[in-house]
Ligand binder design. Sequence first.
Ligand code: PLP
Length: 529
Amino acid sequence: MTGNEFAGRVRSDPDEPTPPDAASAFLGDEAGNAAYEDAIDRAREHLVESFATATDPYEGTDHETLRERIDDLAVFPDEGDSLESVLETVADEVLGDSVRVHDPGCIAHLHCPPAIPALAAELLLSGTNQSMDSFDQAPAASVLEERVVDACCALFGYPAGADGVFTGGGTASNFLGLLLARDWYCETEFDRTVQTDGLPPEASDLRVLCSDAAHFTAEQAAHHLGLGEDAVVTVPTDSDRRIDLVALDETLERLEADGRHPFALIGTAGTTDFGSIDPLRALADRAADQGLWFHVDAAYGGACAISDRLRSKLTGIDCADSIAVDFHKLFYQPISCGAFLLRDGDKYRFLERNAAYLNPERDDAAGVPNLVSKSTQTTRRFDALKPFVTFNALGRAGVADCVEYVCELADAVADEIRAEPALELCCEPELSAVVFRYRSDRLTRASEAGGRDAGDEPATPPVDRVNRAIRDELLADGEVVLARTEVDGTAALKFTLLNPKTTVSNLREALDSIVDRGEALEREVIDSA
Ligand SMILES: *Cc1c(COP(=O)(O)O)cnc(C)c1O
C-alpha cells in the first residue's frame, strides 16, 4: 500500500480524520523521499564540517558551562522550527562540544573511531527501522543476524549447535551469560526452575569467580540476578594482571570447605585497564573439573580472533560455555554493537518465552526466526548489519590489519615510556592499552613522607595529585583526552589505542605534553605542601 493510493481516494465523510501537517516529516511518498534526502544531506554536511574544522580531540568546555548553555535549549516547544535551523543549533551546541573519536589525541577509553562502512550501515538500519524481536518486523534482518551470529560462533571455534544474539554491548552479554549460568546450575544442582519458581533456598551460597581485574559488570550482573554483589569472589592477579591460578585453586577449595556453591567462572580476554588475557585453557579445565559454567568476557580482546597473528592469545576460548564480544570497541563499529555467543544453543531453553502477539509457539515448530527468545531485550536494533557491511567492505584481513597495528602501536609507545625517566610503565601491554604514570624521585619521596590534610585525614599523596591533575588539565585544554585509573592504589594514566590512523609521533607528542605538565604540576604540588 502506498501513500498515493490513499491520495487518489475520494473522501466521502467530511468528519473523517485527515493526516496532520507534520505527516510531511515521514517517508512513504515522493515528497517524503525528497524530505529524507534533504534531511540526511544537511546532517551529513554538518558532521563533515565539524570533522573538517576541528583541531583538537575536545574543545575543553567544562560541564558547568555546557549545562548553562544547554539548559537554555527548548526540549518540547509548542511550535516547531525548520529542520535546517534545528540542525544548526545541534551543530553549534552539541557537535562542537563532542569528543572527536577520530582524533589521534582521543585515547582514553575503549571508545573507537567507527569505520565508514559501518556508518553507512547505520543509516540503512535506522532508516529501515527493523526490529529484531520477531520475523514479521525484520524478515531479512533476522535471517542475516542468524548468519552473522553463526559466522561469529565459527570464528571462536564453536561447534555446530552454537547460537547467540546481538546485544547492546558487554554489559548485556555478561548479564546474559551469568543469567543462563545461574539457571543452568540451579536446574542441574537443585532441580529448580528459576524462570518460574525463582531463586532456590541455597541462593545465598551461590558464587561467581573472576579475577580482581575483571570488569565491574560481573558484580552488577550478580546484583541484577538477585545474588548480590558479594556473590562475586575475586581472585588476585599475577604481575601481568592475569588471574593467578594457584590463588584460584585455593579460592575454590575454600568455597567448597565453606559449603558455598560456585556456579560460574569468568575469564577475561582483554581486561579494560591492561588488556591482559587470563589463561583461558587452564580456566576451561578448572571449570570442567568443578562443574562450573565458563564465561569469557572478550568484550575487548575478542577482536584477536580475526587476526592470524593474534588469534593464539585466545587459545581455549572455544571451550567457553558463553562469550561476550563487543563490536563497538576493537572491531570499529558505532555504538551500540555487541554479541553474546552460546556454545550449546539448547541452553537458550532457560529464556524460553512465547507471546501470542509476537512469537507464538507454532512459529517455533515451523522454524520461524523470532529472535526475541534469545535476548533479554524485546525491541532491538539490527546492529548485526554493521559488522556485516564492514567486513565485506574491508575484508577480514583489512580489519585485522587495524587491530594488529594498534597493538604494535602500544608496544612502540611502551618503549617510549620505558626510555623516559619521568614516566613509569605499570604493565607490559598485551593488546592496545598502555598504563603508566608520571614520576620523579622528588615526587616519590614527598609521597612516601605522607602527611595530613587540614581535616587531619591522611593527605592525598602528591603522586596521585599530580597524575590526576595531568589528566584533568589535558581534558580542560582539549589537547589530549586521556584515561585515568588506579594501579595498586596509586593514580595512573592510560592510553587506549584503537585508531588505525594514529602514529607513534602523535603519541610521542602526547607523552611530551604529559611530561611537561607533570613537571609544572610537581613544582606546584610540592611547593604548596
Ligand atoms: C567495555 C567492557 C565491558 C562493558 O561493555 P559495554 O559494551 O560497555 O556494555 C565489559 N567487559 C569488558 C572487559 C569491557 O572492556
